[in-house]
Structure formats: C-alpha cells, structure tokens
Design a protein around this ligand. Structure first.
Ligand code: SF4
Length: 215
C-alpha cells in the first residue's frame, strides 16, 4: 500500500469524534478539492510502501480500539485496502472516503470475511466549492440499508448550503453532518449554525483536530 503516515491522535469528526484513535493515511487521491488540507498526499514524494500484512501487524499491536483510515483517498487502493481491513483485529474502523466510489462491494467482501472488527464509512459528499462535486449515488441506498456509516458535507459558501438543502431530501435515515470549512472563521460558523437550526435531519460538526491544532 502507498502510505503517507501512521500516527495516533484524537478523532476530529464523525460519529466517533473525541475518541483517541490510531490513523493510517493513504497516499493518492482521484480528486483535487479547492480546500484540501492534505495536498501533500495528492502528489510529490511524501509516501512509502507497506504491505497490508505489515500495516495490520503494526496497528493490531496498538491497544487503541479506534482506527481511522484516511488520505488522500483510501478507495483508490481498494484491493490492498480490503486485504488490510480483513487482517485487522478488534478494531472499530472509520474509513474516510470522498464518496466518489461505490462502497458496498468493499463492505460485502469485508463482512463475508467475518472478522471481529466493525467497519463504518465516513462518507463525504463534495459540494460545489470543492471544485468537484462528484458522488456515487448508489452509496445512499447502501448507507440506508446497512447503517454502516454517515454522510458529511463540508461547506464553504451559501451556494454549498443550497446544494445541501437539495440533497437532504434524499437522506432521511442516514446520519448526516454539516461541517463549515474551518478557515472561513466564526461568521461562517454562525451562518452554518442557522442552517442546522432550521433543518431537523442534520448535525453541525466543527473539526475538533483543527480547533485543537493537532494532526
Ligand atoms: S477528496 Fe479529500 S484528499 Fe482528495 S483532494 Fe479532496 S479533500 Fe483532498
């Protein structure tokens, strides 16, 4: 697997926000978002290789049960990612993905292996301000019927909020988060707060790792 880093920190977002967590950051992504805060995983030479066996052995030694798989976009290395997932033991796994890949085949293959880890997809739905609002809509039904994850909109502009308003009509039954681009500051947080107050099926979430200034 082509990786950028393995480290420990606090989970900054999603259902397991605030828990201590191990992280494995994959290198490479199929998108190039305007507000990407991990540009160093998109190109350049900040990567190294580990086999799925080597990475799983390292992370299985950790006594931290939460593991966040992030990037970059881990689904770009789907075959090796699956091998890695199946080798993990006793983990509550959050797989952070940009939502542009169909997730169900990976989940089915993981579930068929009957391991003692749980897998959840922290699924972005990229908004217009990202520059590439692509999403595989098969993931909506998959998340509804499996409950294996949530959807997160990172929003930067009023146009993004209009976009979310439109998509929310289809997301009843899916845990959904709204996360303002942190660098936009407090006025923008207030606008997002107002949006959340007027909708019943979405939760405001600030990126804890940015507030704390940690990785
Ligand atoms: S999908 Fe994520 S890692 Fe890829 S460019 Fe967008 S923000 Fe960066």
């Amino acid at each position: 697997m082509k990786l950028n880093s393995i480290f420990q920190s606090i989970q900054g977002e999603g259902r397991f926000q605030g828990y201590p967590s191990d992280f494995i950051r994959f290198f490479g992504c199929n998108l190039n978002c305007s507000y990407c805060d991990t540009k160093y995983t998109l190109s350049g030479d900040s990567f190294y290789f580990m086999t799925p066996e080597e990475a799983a052995e390292k992370l299985n030694k950790s006594d931290v049960p939460d593991l966040c798989i992030t990037g970059g976009e881990p689904m770009c290395q789907e075959n090796e990612l699956l091998k890695f997932l199946i080798l993990l033991s006793g983990k509550r796994i959050s797989l952070e993905t940009n939502g542009s890949f169909e997730l169900e085949p990976l989940y089915r293959a993981f579930s068929a292996a009957k391991k003692d880890s749980e897998l959840f997809f922290s699924t972005d739905w990229k908004t217009p301000a990202s520059g590439n609002p692509v999403f595989d809509e098969r993931n909506i039904n998959f998340l509804k019927k499996s409950g294996a994850g949530w959807i997160k909109f990172v929003v930067k502009t009023e146009k993004d909020l209009d976009f979310v308003e439109e998509k929310l009509k289809f997301l009843d039954g899916i845990e959904t988060y709204l996360s303002p681009v942190f660098e936009q500051g407090k006025d923008w947080f207030s606008a997002v707060e107002k949006f959340v107050k007027s909708h019943k099926n979405i939760r405001l979430q600030l990126q804890l790792h940015k507030i704390l200034g940690i990785e």
